[in-house]
Design a protein around this ligand. Structure first.
Ligand SMILES: [Ca+2]
Ligand SMILES: [Ca+2]
Ligand SMILES: [Ca+2]
Ligand SMILES: [Ca+2]
Length: 294
């Protein structure tokens, strides 16, 4: 998993200058810990942010208040627990872990109890996300030879591929109405760079939203479904968080400093975006106030 993220973040290409920064530098460090703190996921009620940290020796899932206070560990094991995502009602967290020998998808209650494995396959099963109605979980897996997006029932039964493309498709996120999935893929670039796509939740009607030489990845829907935030290496071969309308229009840069940012997540009121950044020497969870024109 670390390797995949490293490839995603580091493989910068020639810059395609696009957009302009108009966000004030209102970006606050929430986690404030010398360890690597990343993978933020804002709770649906807006009060908490789940994230991961290796402060206790290896990556575990933590939760904190949205102001950074009361950082509490939810998992305890020697493996890497990563990429938490909340259920709509905020009672469950789905995540990935290699605690059973390879990357699998797990579900737990939001207090860390009842950790249950949902996948059981020798491939890497990563980046899970729960459907808004709680019935389905999408995830990314290389079990068919390269990274594709899968859907399964919330109890782990009937894992089924939604994409079957020879180039990688990854990081599916459910739209708030449950009708669509945002993801990133290299399918239109001859495996050269990643773009953001949306498709119907049954895998039909795939539509590309970005088109540039830099990598675009880790899309995140705003709670009203009108915007998508994502990470891109399009400007000067540097990594920033961007947002756009859900049809790909009105692109804007969100973060002010070029650095290794990843995995944006919206506050439910749409006024802030949390992300992880290495700008201060180690990964921290930051939050940016949205002050732009949209
Ligand atoms: Ca840190
Ligand atoms: Ca762990
Ligand atoms: Ca697996
Ligand atoms: Ca691109």
């Amino acid at each position: 998993m670390k390797k995949l993220i490293g490839v995603l973040i580091l493989s910068a290409t020639a810059a395609a200058i696009n957009g302009a920064p108009n966000q004030a530098e209102r970006e606050q460090n929430l986690s404030r810990h010398p360890s690597a703190d990343r993978d933020p996921a804002w709770s649906p009620d807006g009060k908490r942010i789940a994230f991961v940290s290796n402060r206790d020796g290896n990556f575990e899932i933590y939760v904190m208040n949205a102001d950074g206070s009361q950082q509490t560990r939810l998992t305890t094991n020697a493996a890497a627990d990563r990429n938490p995502a909340w259920s709509r009602e905020g009672k469950q967290i789905v995540f990935q872990s290699n605690r059973d020998g390879n990357e699998e998808v797990y579900l737990m209650k939001a207090d860390g109890s009842q950790q249950t494995r949902l996948t059981n396959h020798a491939g890497d099963d990563i980046f899970p996300d729960l459907s808004p109605d709680g019935a389905k979980i999408t995830f990314t897996s290389n079990r068919n030879g390269n990274l594709d997006i899968f859907v399964m029932n919330a109890d782990g039964s009937q894992p089924t591929p939604l994409t079957k493309h020879a180039h990688r498709d990854a990081w599916s996120r459910w739209s708030p109405d449950g009708k669509r999935l945002a993801f990133f893929s290299r399918r239109d670039s001859n495996d050269d760079n990643d773009e953001i796509y949306v498709m119907n939740s049954d895998g039909s009607a795939v539509k590309r939203l970005t088109d540039n030489r830099g990598h675009d990845f880790c899309p995140a829907w705003s709670a009203d479904g009108k915007q998508i935030a994502f990470v891109s290496i399009r400007d000067d071969a540097q990594v920033y968080v961007y947002r756009m309308n859900a049809d790909g229009s009105a692109l804007e840069r969100v973060t002010s400093k070029p650095d290794r940012v990843s995995t944006p997540t919206w506050s439910p009121d749409g006024k802030r975006i949390a992300f992880s950044s290495q700008r201060d020497g180690n990964f921290e969870v930051y939050v940016a106030e949205i002050t732009g024109k949209n």
